[in-house]
Structure formats: structure tokens, C-alpha cells
Design a protein around this ligand. Structure first.
Ligand code: NAD
Length: 352
């Protein structure tokens, strides 16, 4: 994995980091942070520090040879300790979940601003070479997302600002921190706006799960119980695109190491738009069942439609997330079915 000049090779990304440089990943007990720790470990990085607020037994993934620390990064002394000696800092830590969580707990979502504020200042003071922030499509102007037949969102659509209440505004202000730390203090920052990331090792039960995982779990429960029904939040016509986790971690790596994407928010999402009804049909096909659909018009459903315009990322990187939804959902379903069976058998599994 060494490129001969001491840099880490792999995944068609040009990096100046060396295998012994310290990579710090905040939120690594969670879905994307845990997958990123595994990705960098597999690329050959030997010093990875993974941090999360959750107690270690609740982490979704514990990657061998990765230093794992349980601590709250919304506290300044912890953030300072977390980034000591870091070459690169990836901030994936946030108090978040699917629509059911972010519509109900707006204060918790907003308070994630403390994590980013402390982490970026600490990274700057520690002399880190680069800082990554995980923003969201929820930062986009909600006025542009009132119809299921949406125009895909391009990066400039975040302004004039009318982000999703709570969660979306936190992302927007944290993006701005990243932009100003570069402009005023020359800390190299990189910002990706994720669009509905899904895949194995994510939250699949407990209230924070998102639609793809929730649909898989509900289908598995229906098979298990013999009651072939499914509750669908809203009327099922809401549209979204869903990005597979492998595309997401590769995209983070590419974005972090692109000189053309410094302090420049960029979409990281799939442009394969589907309705929630279509997503259910995909899950039915994978599970091999037909479910009676029960619509819940009063349940949290978010904006009517949202898709990722990938013109910018494609023009800069010559790449965009391409895993077909059907393929990614099959892998996700298989993993959740395994976790469900393990839990039923009395094993301790992390769900959310
Ligand atoms: P996740 O909930 O699985 O992971 C986030 C982790 O952050 C959790 O393990 C949580 O314990 C940790 N955390 C929360 N507060 C903390 C604190 N004070 N100190 C330390 N750790 C703390 O979520 P995820 O899906 O992996 O999301 C990662 C990042 O990507 C988040 O910033 C999220 O807002 C962003 N994002 C995710 C999606 C998606 O579809 N999953 C979409 C848009 C943006």
C-alpha cells in the first residue's frame, strides 16, 4: 500500500499522507465513521484514532489495530486531546438520525455545532494538515424541495438559505466555520453534503434508523411474524436518492485529497431518484414477499423530493457514486437479516 515515496496508495486517489501519519476520525462508533476507519485501515494506514461518545461495546464496528476512545467531543478539552498529533481530522460526529429523530429533536441536532466548533479549533491549533466536515443535503433550501418531481440540487442551491429546521441549519453554520477557517487561518478544510447514505453497519432499529434500513427491518419482521404488512411514513410518493456506503467512504477520500475542493461544499450522493414506494418494491423483490402497504400520513416524512445534482463532483473528480440501489439494498438487507437473527438468538448487537 506504500507508493514508494512514502505515501499511501490505493483507490485511485493521490494522497500526500504516509502510512504512519495519524488519522483522527470523530464519530467512528457510528455508521459512516466506523466504515471510514475500516476503509483507511484496509488502505494501509497504521495510526488511526477513532473517537465516539458511545461506550465501546455499542460501537457498530471495532477495527483491529485502531485506537478507540470513548469521549464527548462537544467538550473542548476532549476535542483538544482527540486531535493531538493528527495529520488529518475527519469529523463524522453528530447527534442525528432519520426523519423521525431530526424532526423531533431539533435542539440535540443544533447542539452538534459544539462538536464541530471545538474540533475545528483544536485541529487548527494542533497544526493538522486537513479537516473534513460531514455536511448534509438537509442544508439545502427547503423551498426547492416541495414537490416529488424535484430538480436535482446543485451546490449553489443552499443559498438563499432556508435549511431544514435544527439539523440543516447546524450543518450550514458548520460549513461556514470550515470556509472561514480556510479563508482567515489557512486551515485546509473539505466539506461533503451527504445525501441519504445507507448500507451494512448502520442504525437499523431504535428510532434513529433511516428509510432504507427501516424498510429492510420491517420486511424481515413481516417474514418473521407472518404478518405481511408494512407501515410507510407519508403517502409513499416522496422521492429521494440513496448513496451506498462504499461510494461514500471512497468519495470522502477523494474529496479530502482534491486541491480543487478546498473549503468548497460538494454533493456526495447518488443521482438515482426513487420514490419511497419504489424503495419498498425493491425491498419486496429482495425479500421475496409482497407486503400490504399501510400509509401513515401524519408520520415524519421530510421534504417532498430531493435528489443530488452530480455535475460539479463529476466535473472536478471525474467520478460520482454509481452503486445501483438494488445492489446496495441487497447487501444491506442481508446484513440486517443477520443482525436480526443474531439478536433473536439472544446475542448482543448494536442497533442504534
Ligand atoms: P451515526 O449516528 O451512525 O454516527 C454519528 C456518531 O457520532 C454516533 O456514533 C454518535 O455516538 C457520535 N456522536 C454524537 N455526538 C457526539 C459527541 N458529542 N462526541 C463524540 N461522538 C458523538 O451517523 P452517520 O450516519 O454515521 O453520520 C455521520 C455524519 O454524516 C454525521 O455528521 C451526519 O450528520 C452526516 N450525515 C449522514 C447522513 C446519512 O444518511 N447517514 C446524511 C447526511 C449527513
Amino acid at each position: 500500500m506504500d507508493n514508494g515515496k512514502g505515501g499511501v496508495l490505493g483507490a485511485d486517489v493521490t494522497r500526500d499522507t504516509k502510512p504512519d501519519d495519524l488519522i483522527v476520525i470523530a464519530g467512528a462508533g457510528g455508521f459512516i465513521g466506523g466504515s471510514l476507519a475500516r476503509y483507511f485501515h484496509d488502505l494501509g494506514y497504521r495510526r488511526i484514532r477513532a473517537i465516539d461518545r458511545k461506550p465501546l461495546p455499542e460501537w457498530y464496528q471495532r477495527v483491529p489495530d485502531v485506537e478507540c476512545i470513548s469521549m464527548d467531543l462537544s467538550k473542548e478539552p476532549n476535542a483538544i486531546h482527540a486531535v493531538e498529533g493528527a495529520t488529518e481530522v475527519y469529523n463524522l460526529a453528530a447527534d442525528m438520525g432519520g426523519m423521525g429523530f431530526i424532526e423531533r429533536f431539533r435542539v440535540e441536532c443544533l447542539r452538534s455545532v459544539l462538536i464541530n466548533t471545538n474540533m475545528i479549533e483544536a485541529a487548527y491549533r494542533a497544526g493538522a494538515r486537513r479537516y473534513f466536515f460531514s455536511s448534509s443535503a438537509c442544508a439545502y433550501n427547503t423551498d426547492l424541495q416541495r414537490s416529488p418531481e424535484v430538480r436535482a440540487l446543485k451546490e449553489s442551491d443552499a443559498y438563499p438559505a432556508m435549511a431544514e429546521r435544527g439539523y440543516g441549519w447546524e450543518k450550514l453554520i458548520s460549513e461556514m466555520f470550515c470556509e472561514e477557517y480556510w479563508a482567515e487561518r489557512s486551515l485546509e478544510t473539505h466539506i461533503a453534503r451527504f445525501h441519504n447514505i445507507y448500507g451494512p453497519h448502520g442504525t437499523w432499529d431504535g428510532g434513529r434508523e433511516k428509510a432504507p434500513a427501516a424498510m429492510c427491518r420491517k420486511a424481515i419482521e413481516a417474514i418473521d411474524s407472518g404478518r405481511h404488512q408494512i407501515d410507510i411514513w407519508g403517502d409513499g410518493t416522496q422521492t429521494r436518492s440513496f448513496c451506498y456506503i462504499n461510494d461514500c467512504v471512497l468519495g470522502i477520500d477523494k474529496i479530502m485529497h482534491s486541491e480543487k475542493l478546498i473549503a468548497t461544499p460538494v454533493n456526495l450522493g447518488s443521482s438515482e431518484l426513487v420514490s419511497v414506494n419504489e424503495l419498498v418494491s425493491i425491498v419486496e423483490g429482495i425479500a421475496g414477499i409482497t407486503l400490504e402497504r399501510h400509509y401513515q400520513p401524519d408520520a415524519p416524512k421530510g421534504v417532498a423530493g430531493r435528489n443530488s445534482d452530480n455535475t460539479f463532483i463529476e466535473s472536478v473528480l471525474g467520478w460520482e457514486p454509481r452503486t445501483p440501489l438494488r445492489e446496495g439494498m441487497a447487501a444491506t438487507y442481508k446484513w440486517i437479516a443477520g443482525e436480526y437473527a443474531a439478536r433473536k438468538a439472544g446475542k448482543l448487537v448494536a442497533v442504534g
